[in-house]
Ligand binder design. Structure first.
Ligand SMILES: *Cc1c(COP(=O)(O)O)cnc(C)c1O
Length: 288
């Protein structure tokens, strides 16, 4: 299968601590709507669908889901029909994310939260030619894509990334990125450690996920986080999103202040996109 070009990806040096060398891997720049995380997770799903002779992708997500918009755009690019099953009743005014997905030709079906939890396929939906992709592109096929990131992973001592479903973290470990520190963006989602251990065939004690940087929970934020994101943008011109990358860069900064890393360490922060999610914030919250 064709791929989305990696040409736009950069490795930006940033100054966050005088004793450490810090870089940000800009997977957010891979594509404006199919940003890094979601592209690498979709790649082998689409490949498997193609090999199975399917022409339709069905997937799940919420109203602001990066995965839903990424799937809509990628399906359009690669000639699949796309169907998004959305959590909750259809609101009077749909979100910018879902409007964009519709514009890319995705068919939307809204189901109740209970049905969503059970990942029901709505009645009447023809699934004969459909390949179902898990919510968020999670799982083994999703993790596989990260092996295709073209870079020399040996140059860094530590790698810090966001953790939603844990698929990216697992994929990065399997791809040879060293000493992964995962920042969970959810409150008390401790089963993530087991999920990542399973996907990487590692022992539970080898999985390092920090659970205290959620800022209130999934898609919640604090004034402290927003101030940090604005400040980080001022200093580096790197925009972050409040659901994932903002919390991750915030955590990296805190860890550096706490001298978590030995002096002279080279630290890599993975920025894998999600910027469209900022559109759900009140106007003027962010300066970028
Ligand atoms: C979906 C997403 C994540 C979470 O990745 P998982 O593989 O589910 O852990 C992190 N960052 C961004 C920008 C995302 O869109």
């Amino acid at each position: 299968m064709e791929t989305i070009e990696q040409n736009n990806i950069t490795l930006d040096s940033v100054e966050m601590d005088v004793c450490l060398q810090t870089s940000v891997l800009r997977l957010d720049k891979i594509h404006s709507q199919v940003s890094g995380n979601k592209w690498f997770k979709l790649k082998y799903h689409l490949d498997a669908a193609l090999k199975a002779g399917k022409n339709t992708i069905i997937t799940y997500g919420g109203a602001y889901s990066n995965h839903i918009i990424a799937t809509a755009v990628a399906c359009k690019m690669f000639g699949f029909k796309s169907i998004g099953i959305i959590r909750g009743e259809r609101p009077k005014q749909i979100s910018h994310t879902l409007q964009d997905a519709l514009n890319y030709g995705m068919e939307l079906h809204f189901i109740s939260r209970t049905d969503y939890r059970n990942k029901i396929v709505p009645e009447g939906l023809n699934t004969d030619h459909a390949f179902i992709v898990n919510e968020g592109g999670c799982g083994e096929l999703g993790a596989m894509g990260f092996k295709d990131i073209e870079m020399d992973t040996s140059q860094f001592d530590f790698t810090i990334c966001s953790v939603g479903t844990g698929t990216m973290m697992a994929g990065l470990i399997n791809a040879g990125f060293k000493n992964l520190i995962g920042i969970s963006v959810m409150k008390n989602n401790f089963e993530l450690n087991e999920i990542v251990a399973k996907l990487t065939h590692q022992q539970l004690k080898e999985i390092n996920i920090l659970h205290n940087f959620h800022h209130g929970g999934y898609a919640k934020y604090t004034p402290e986080l927003i101030d940090f994101m604005n400040d980080f943008y001022n200093k580096t011109k790197i925009p972050t999103d409040f659901v994932y990358s903002g919390k991750t860069v915030f955590a990296a900064h805190q860890l550096m202040q706490q001298k978590y890393f030995p002096e002279g360490s080279k630290v890599l922060i993975i920025h894998c996109g999600g910027l469209q999610g900022n559109l759900s914030l009140p106007n003027g919250t962010l300066i970028f």
